[in-house]
Design a protein around this ligand. Sequence first.
Ligand SMILES: [Zn+2]
Length: 253
Amino acid sequence: MADIVPELLELISQKFDERTVESQKLKTAVEHLMANEATYVDANNFAIEVGNILSDIFEETIDASVLPDGRMYYNIADRILNPTMAKNHELITGYAMDVQKNLNKKAGLHLKPQIPELNQSRIDGIVNRISSEADFDVIKWILGDPIVTFSQSVVDDSIKANADFQSRAGLQPIITRKLKGKACKWCRALAGAYDYSELPKEIYQRHDNCRCTIEYDPGDGKRKTIPSRKNNPGKNKKIESRKKIGIKKPAEN
Ligand SMILES: [Zn+2]
C-alpha cells in the first residue's frame, strides 16, 4: 500500500493556511495586538480558533476509509500529528510572546518575553492513544476537543514561563483564572486571583472542553521589597511581603 502521509500532510497544511488567513477571529486577535490592547484572553481566543481549525481539518481529511486497515498506525499518527501540532505551538507561542511584550511594556518592564518549549509528551500521549486503537472510528474523538485543549495549554504554558521568570526577577505576578461557559465544580473551585506564591497546583490544568481563561498581569512592575528589621521589628514575624493584598481565594465547596 502506498504511503498516504505525504499527500495527507500536504492537504492538511494547504487547508490550514487557507482557513487561518480567512479566519475573522484570528484577524480580530491580530488587530488587538496591533492596537497594543491584546491580553492573554486574546491569546486564549487565538489558541481556541487555531485548535478548532486544525481539528476541523483532521475531521474533514482523515477517516477510516483513507487509513490502512481503518486504523491509524503509529507511524502515520506520529508523522501527521507531530508537524501539525508543532505548528500550532509555534503560531500560538508567537502570538503569546507579542502579548507578553505588550504587557511588559505597559508595566515598564524591560524583560524578555519567555517562550515555553513544545510539550512533546502531550503530543506523544495523543499519538500513542490513537495508534493503540484498532478501529479509528472508536478513537477519532481524540482529534476533536483534545486538539483545542492542547492549543489552549500552549497559552497556559506561556503564562507559566513568564510568571516564573518574572517572579525570579523579584516581581509579584498575579495569575487570574476565570470561568467561561458552564463551568464544572472543579473549575469553580479553581477560579480566582492568586499571588504567585500562593498558586494552587492545578492552576494551569484543564479538562477537555474547558474554556476557562487564565490571565497574567505583571502588575505595576515594581519589585518586591522585603521589609528591613527596622521597619518590621516584631520578633519571629513572618515576612510580610508574602501576604496577599486583595487577593480572593476560590470559593471552597
Ligand atoms: Zn474550566
